[in-house]
Design a protein around this ligand. Structure first.
Ligand SMILES: *[C@@H]1O[C@H](CO)[C@@H](O)[C@H](O)[C@H]1NC(C)=O
Ligand SMILES: *[C@@H]1O[C@H](CO)[C@@H](O)[C@H](O)[C@H]1NC(C)=O
Ligand SMILES: CC(=O)N[C@H]1CO[C@H](CO)[C@@H](O)[C@@H]1O
Length: 514
């Protein structure tokens, strides 16, 4: 109803530029908010990506225009607690329990003048990278409705990818910011743990310590992520959550000097996708303009996946996770994934014993063994945490030997067909590795799937030519035109360096000849 408002130019601004125009009064806050709300409404009808309710965004009139995020409309993953609203993860048990308080991130956003205006959809229980639950339904990938937007922050991925939000906050315990960013062709950063407060973020697996749970920004461009990080890392957040490390954002970081890369480590974890071939030219392309990249195969990936990640996530035999489903419908997307937890205990040991020698499915057997193994004792859990510490120490010493600052590596890409993430939950190890290590890691889209990739995919056998390899092939079939992304990694607390590297990759991706 504002004919003089140029919606397209508003929707094309980065967070930094949008905030600047709002502060200067060059754009009216109402025009910006309503433009985004209108865009959202049109997206919602096609993909169910919102969670039913808009947030009450008119309460912030008193904020001074000097605030850095003055009247910038932002979106939030559903689990971020917002006073007076539910955070349910699509679980019936959690319905009708409105949050008594805003999460720390929301409190800081409000102090900075931002307007959190909408919450977005997640998979039931969050422990999956599809985006479906019986309460709000299935969110689809706007680039191809047969594909999932990824998860768990999948509604964010779809909304931002579709242009319905300039920046959103997602959460990540195994790839939940990075997988939807990759599947939807946007950028996302999983910061180092305890850099951004997670107070007021509900989780279905409280007590899980093997993987670090984080919250971080998702946006169309890397600069918006950096701008949001800089805004959030302020005294207000350090005061509200004294357990966050009070390190302000470093504007000046040297360009990364030493870079490493890997595409496949010839170990059992790596699920090969033919489009990963797109990344090969990158390791040759980067050095001419930017830096030398040296090969860095991550140490002992098979051990890392089965012994550290899977066993860590299942240390309680699935007890805590399953408790959330009591008296609820289980979303079909979760059935394959949660099935092993529902096998009676006695049968589990027998099954994993029988499955072990089945060479046709070596990875499946090992994966099941990791999950089925047991409900471990305290002593065993301590031993597990100790093994994780040793692995981190070794990983860092390998990294240091090569004088690396940053690492370029694959993430799950391109988007999977709806329903497949639950069958390929181990594939999340591409991203979960950096929750285990607690390194900052971000996603940048670099290219798209071509017809030729699709042809080559038909011959994909992987290293094992087993059920997981063929399931992966099916999952990425029919993906021509979908974004292909890479993952950029830095050492803990080097979030700024990670962003700097992501920015360089982003610039190269736009310059790269087709
Ligand atoms: C932001 O503003 C800068 C300088 O005015 C401009 O160069 C850049 O293209 C803008 N970017 C976006 C995404 O609006
Ligand atoms: C886990 O082990 C504890 C102690 O050994 C036992 O009390 C509990 O019932 C077990 N839980 C499951 C789900 O097996
Ligand atoms: C801002 C924006 O993109 N608005 C669109 C909302 O959706 C309708 C159709 O559903 C479009 O006509 C608008 O342009």
């Amino acid at each position: 109803q504002n004919p003089d408002v140029d919606a397209r130019s508003i929707l094309s601004l980065s967070l930094r530029n949008l905030s600047q125009k709002l502060r200067e009064g060059a754009l009216s806050p109402e025009a910006v908010l309503y433009t985004y709300m209108e865009k959202n409404s049109s997206l919602e009808t096609t993909s169910f990506l919102l969670t039913g309710k808009w947030l009450p965004c008119v309460t912030l009139d008193s904020r001074a225009p000097a605030c850095i995020l003055y009247r910038a409309p932002l979106s939030l993953v559903e689990l971020l607690e917002y006073r007076g609203h539910d955070s349910t993860a699509g679980l019936v048990q959690w319905l009708d329990q409105p949050a008594a308080e805003d999460s720390v991130i929301i409190q800081v956003f409000k102090k900075l003048g931002a307007i959190p205006f909408v919450k977005t959809n997640v998979p039931q229980s969050m422990m999956n990278y599809d985006c479906s639950n019986p309460t709000y339904g299935q969110t689809v990938n706007l680039l191809n409705p047969k594909k999932t937007p990824g998860g768990s922050s999948g509604g964010e991925g779809a909304l931002i990818g579709g242009g319905g939000s300039v920046l959103g906050i997602g959460t990540d315990i195994g790839g939940s910011i990075r997988i939807p960013s990759s599947f939807c062709g946007i950028c996302g950063l999983k910061p180092t743990g305890n850099r951004i407060s997670v107070v007021g973020l509900a989780t279905c697996t409280p007590g899980l310590k093997s993987l670090t749970f984080t919250a971080g920004p998702m946006a169309k461009d890397v600069d918006s992520l950096a701008f949001c990080m800089k805004a959030l890392l302020c005294q207000d957040m350090f005061d509200l959550d004294p357990r966050v490390s009070p390190i302000p954002f470093k504007d000046e970081v040297c360009r990364p000097l030493g870079g490493g890369w890997y595409i496949e480590s010839k170990q059992r974890i790596q699920l090969t996708v033919s489009v990963i071939g797109h990344l090969l030219p990158w390791k040759e392309f980067l050095p001419c303009v930017s830096m030398q990249l040296v090969h860095f195969p991550p140490p002992r990936m098979g051990y890392c996946l089965f012994e550290l990640i899977l066993k860590g996530v299942s240390a309680d035999g699935g007890l805590t996770l399953l408790r959330n489903f009591k008296g609820d419908f289980m979303d079909p997307s979760l059935k394959t994934q949660l099935f092993p937890y529902m096998i009676p205990r006695a049968l589990r040991s027998i099954l994993s014993f029988i499955l072990k020698p089945v060479t046709r499915w070596p990875r499946l057997a090992e994966g099941l063994y990791g999950v089925l193994c047991k409900n471990r004792s305290v002593g065993e859990l301590w031993e597990h945490h100790h093994e994780v510490e040793i692995y981190c120490k070794n990983f860092i010493s390998e990294w240091k030997k090569l004088n690396l600052d940053v690492l370029l590596c694959p993430c799950l890409t391109p988007a999977f067909t709806i329903g497949y993430p639950g069958k390929l939950i181990a594939a999340a190890s591409y991203t979960a590795l950096y929750n285990l290590l607690d390194f900052p890691a971000g996603i940048v889209p670099v290219t798209t799937v071509t017809q030729r990739d699709e042809e080559e995919l038909k011959g994909h056998r992987g290293y094992f030519n087993d059920m997981l390899d063929s399931t992966l092939r099916e999952a990425v079939e029919g993906g021509v035109g979908l974004p292909v992304s890479v993952q950029c990694v830095a050492l803990p607390w080097q979030d700024e360096l990670c962003l700097r590297f992501m920015r360089e990759v982003e610039v190269l991706a736009t310059q790269k000849p087709a």
